[in-house]
Design a binder for this molecule. Structure first.
Ligand SMILES: Nc1ncnc2c1ncn2[C@@H]1O[C@H](COP(=O)(O)OP(=O)(O)O)[C@@H](O)[C@H]1O
Ligand SMILES: [Mg+2]
Length: 348
């Protein structure tokens, strides 16, 4: 085998690099299986490179892409794809199945605190990894403040051995504020500069740019395996509402939004990341009688892709409420919370 290929296999088997050294990475090592391991199963180095160029860096990543999509990668054909898929099956559990007890014991899901104990309780512990949590609500209800609070709490250790990690923040509404992060860090007695250093932020200028940024995120997550724990997109929808207009463009918009959500889903599961997105609302004139005249935008695409949907609301007395809107495992309760200089907090 060529030296380059041997080097790649060696790299794939060695510890993933980590500059920040946040937390114990041992568990993360078994979470990722580098795509270069395919070289040991007869897949050519050129084809491994083709997969990497398409943003597929792990064995799980291959399994999450359907053959039809893989055919779109230049240089791959049906025969090669079959070989790649077969190799991945050999490298993962037998036929991809495992006992529920194993699943339970390998469970590496962690939860990030919202900053409010009651809010965390509503979420059975907080914002979960390997899932997409969506919050929506009218302007000023606290979506961005919650995003900022999570940027800080994600860096702190938590229950079940969670050691904290770095954050990626994609800002689409120009509301990312370092001074808010400093105030929140101060509340938790953390050094402001260190907190800011552990957050990678990018401004997305269009919906297409937002998607391109996510593709680079995949590369970053792979390079620094286990270091990043939280990915925020605040908001997921703003550019889509501007870039696509009217009924005619709706199908196209939803298709693009679907692609973006699929990418987020893949990121959350492949790299055990908590994905947190914010969403806007629109008036629902069909629902006026039930007194619920506001619904999240993004239609079925967002509804199906988000694992857990939370609505935030500010009433006339400035009381803020968080309510579980849709979740596969949370009861549909609601809690009061407040926003302080130190971020999201409990009401006294
Ligand atoms: N330093 C602060 N202290 C207390 N409340 C704040 C502070 N900064 C912002 N807020 C509150 O947060 C609200 C804005 O919330 P934000 O999360 O930006 O809304 P959105 O849901 O539109 O993203 C403001 O109306 C204000 O009441
Ligand atoms: Mg906002």
């Amino acid at each position: 085998m060529e030296t380059v290929a041997l080097d790649l296999i060696e790299q794939a088997k060695s510890t993933p690099s980590s500059e920040g050294n946040l937390g114990d990475l041992e568990d993360e090592e078994c979470f990722f299986q580098d795509i270069a391991l395919l070289l040991e199963h007869g897949v050519s180095i050129e084809d491994v490179r083709r997969l990497q160029d398409a943003g597929i860096n792990t064995i799980k990543g291959v399994q999450m892409v359907i053959p039809k999509k893989m055919l779109e990668i230049e240089g791959l054909d049906v025969k090669k794809i079959e070989k790649i898929k077969e190799a991945c099956t050999k490298l993962s559990f037998v036929n991809g199945f495992t006992t529920a007890l194993d699943v339970d014991q390998r469970n590496q899901i962690f939860k990030l605190s919202t900053g409010s104990k009651k809010f965390d309780k509503l979420l059975y512990g907080g914002i979960e990894s390997m899932a997409i949590t969506e919050v929506f609500g009218e302007a000023g209800c606290g979506k961005t403040q919650l995003s900022h609070t999570l940027c800080v709490t994600a860096q702190m250790s938590g229950p079940n051995g969670y050691m904290g990690g770095k954050v990626i923040f994609i800002d689409t509404e120009r509301t990312f504020r370092t001074d808010r992060l400093r105030s929140i860090a101060e509340r938790f007695h953390l050094d402001g500069n260190t907190v800011l250093e552990n957050i990678l932020c990018a401004r997305a200028y269009t919906s297409d740019h937002q998607y391109d940024l996510l593709k680079s995120v995949t590369g970053m997550l792979h390079k620094e395996a286990g270091v990043f724990k939280l990915l925020i997109v605040d908001s997921i929808i703003a550019h889509f509402r501007v870039d696509y207009y009217g009924r005619k463009e709706m199908a196209h918009r939803q298709h693009k939004l679907g692609q973006l959500m699929a990418c987020l889903q893949k990121i959350s599961e492949e790299y055990n990341i908590a994905v947190f997105i914010t969403n806007q609302i629109t008036s629902d004139l069909t629902n006026l009688e039930q007194g619920d005249a506001q619904r999240p935008v993004g239609g079925n695409i967002l509804a199906h892709a988000s694992t857990c949907r939370i609505s935030l609301h500010k009433d006339v007395n400035e009381r803020r409420m968080a309510k579980v809107y849709d979740s596969p495992y949370l009861a549909s309760n609601e809690v009061l919370f407040t926003i302080t200089n130190g971020g999201i907090d409990d009401v006294d």
